[in-house]
Design a protein around this ligand. Structure first.
Ligand SMILES: [Zn+2]
Length: 275
């Protein structure tokens, strides 16, 4: 019986009862990416084909291409005897992700400044405003998602499609890098830094915007602690927003829960906590 979580998906309006297998695969892909972006899915979480097939009401054969796509994008890795799992970027891989962003994003903000119009500023300002609102409401999930949105929107506004695609992948991998390298996750972007970047863009000052972006990325990278081994949380029910009713099935054979001294916090719990 697959009705439990499929029903939740249905009530969220993301999947109709007569959704095609392809539509279900798309939903699965988007749900996994959204769960990573919102810090609901921890690095190291095993992505069992059977469980995913059950959650999204597809066959295991249909799960495989989705996992392959995620693996190709660096969001999933395979390990002997453990199979597919959410990537846990090492310290070295994290450095590479930030090095790539430091190269790309100053160029992107300069490009936005070069052909900036009111619409662009308005779109960015809306995100910054929503971020501020989410921060006031202590809505961690929204804060994390919106901070990524700011960077993705900038990339989209720069008008360079290959770089926008690259940035979409880099921002999701940054979420994993932050989770894999930090014991507890605060806001990924400092409070007023998006606002300052936006002010420079609105003033058409590409040099300042570019400098502020480099500083912003350095601040995020420096805030990462030394890596701790990720604590896999094998409950894929985290793919469904926690506010919705769900059936929780723990995998008894999974890694043991953390000891009291372990600083790692399961992603499933992160959202319920406030910093
Ligand atoms: Zn940021």
């Amino acid at each position: 019986m697959r009705w439990g979580l499929a029903g939740v998906l249905l009530s969220n309006g993301v999947m109709s009862p007569d959704a095609t297998p392809e539509a279900r695969q798309t939903t699965m892909y988007e749900s996994i990416v959204a769960a990573i972006v919102e810090h609901r899915l921890a690095p190291g979480t095993r992505l069992r084909e059977e469980r995913l097939a059950d959650l999204f009401a597809v066959s295991r054969t249909q799960v495989r291409p989705v996992l392959q796509r995620l693996e190709h994008e660096g969001l999933v890795e395979r390990q002997p005897r453990r199979g597919a799992m959410v990537s846990a970027p090492s310290r070295e891989a994290t450095k590479e992700i930030f090095a790539a962003r430091r190269l790309v994003e100053p160029f992107l903000v300069q490009a936005v400044c070069a052909h900036c119009d009111r619409t662009a500023v308005r779109r960015l300002a809306r995100i910054v405003k929503d971020e501020s609102r989410a921060r006031d409401a202590n809505d961690r999930r929204a804060m994390v998602r919106l901070s990524g949105d700011f960077h993705r929107e900038l990339a989209a506004l720069a008008g360079n499609e290959p770089l926008a695609k690259l940035m979409a992948g880099l921002t999701v991998r940054t979420c994993l890098a932050i989770l894999a390298n930090r014991a507890s996750v605060g806001s990924t972007c400092r409070e007023d830094e998006h606002e300052r970047i936006l002010a420079a863009i609105a003033a058409g000052d590409g040099t300042a915007a570019s400098r502020l972006m480099v500083q912003h990325l350095q601040h995020i990278e420096r805030s990462l602690d030394e890596p701790a081994p990720p604590m896999p949380d094998d409950d894929l029910a985290t793919l469904v927003p926690p506010s919705e009713p769900k059936k929780t099935i723990r995998n008894r054979g999974a890694s043991p829960p953390p000891k009291a001294s372990t600083t790692r916090t399961p992603a499933r719990k992160l959202l319920g906590k406030t910093p």
